[in-house]
Design a protein around this ligand. Sequence first.
Ligand code: KG4
Ligand code: ZN
Length: 332
Amino acid sequence: MYVLGIETSCDETSAAVVKDGVDVLSNVIASQIDIHSKFGGVVPEVASRRHVELILPTVQEALDKASCTLADIDVIGAINRPGLIGALIVGAASAKTIAYGAGIPLVAVHHLEAHIYANFLTGTLISFPLVCLIVSGGHSDIVLMSDHGDYRILARTRDDAAGEAFDKCARAMGLGYPGGPLVDKLAREGDPHKVDSPRGRVGDTLDFSFSGLKTAVIRYTQAMPDGVAMADVAASFQQAVVDVLVDHTFQAVEETGVKQVLLAGGVAANSALQAAFRTRAAEVGVAVSMPPPVLCTDNAAMAASATYFGYERGQTAGLDMDCYASEPLGKR
Ligand code: KG4
Ligand code: ZN
């Protein structure tokens, strides 16, 4: 089964063709980073307008690269929630138009579900039940997934998302946008134990809190003491985030007794987080999966994979499919 996936939830216009939910035939990602970086972050209205310009050429390129035409596509899926509303509408309206014009069934995809399904594109065998840490610019959730489409949120962030903390701290360190990859790179040259960095805990829950750490980094950089390099600040901040993410996730693994753990979302591209996840999984003897960096950050191949598995469960959307800026995954 050939699925055309569409993703426009933030600042990437992406279209992909995926076979049987697991084989990526094409995954075209038109990034808008250059346009937004001069503003230090994504400008929603600018993003929407750029999606309008890019979406049809991006879809065409994805079909061409997969050596397909619309006649070969069996299902079309678009991320319709959560995300920047104007940006989502461009992808969803395009998907509806193509679905109606070409007579192809349509599926509405949850953004975080798509991030999870990036793991099904890696060729790794994945077994249920599993625990997945989803960390992106807008979310930091620990999810218990008992089967395809069955989600229970075990933890979320009480304030900033992990990616948001990376981006805001990167700005305080004088790095560009998006901050995550730049902090990741700079941290390799720094000492992760040099700068005292708070690890937030919310009572006895597994919820996250990154605002204290963010404030500490901003204050620290404003009064940069002699003998400390910015790379030390980056490494110490990153270590604090990684420690908290790994500790909470593996506590959830222990409490639920699952034998499989997944990493997903843009921050999952972080090299220190990936390494710490692999090490801890090996220590406790659970199977681990994480997408390669290009499938961690927003892309349409993950949307196409989630579409395939959703369609298999009988999910389809009508032409009245709407978009939502926020909507949780599963039930808490
Ligand atoms: O999933 P995503 O592409 O978009 C959202 O759904 O938000 O995630 C983007 C976030 C940004 O905050 C970005 O700084 C972060 O992922 N990110 C990283 C890395 N690559 C992207 N954070 C840490 N290390 C990275 N290598
Ligand atoms: Zn995302």
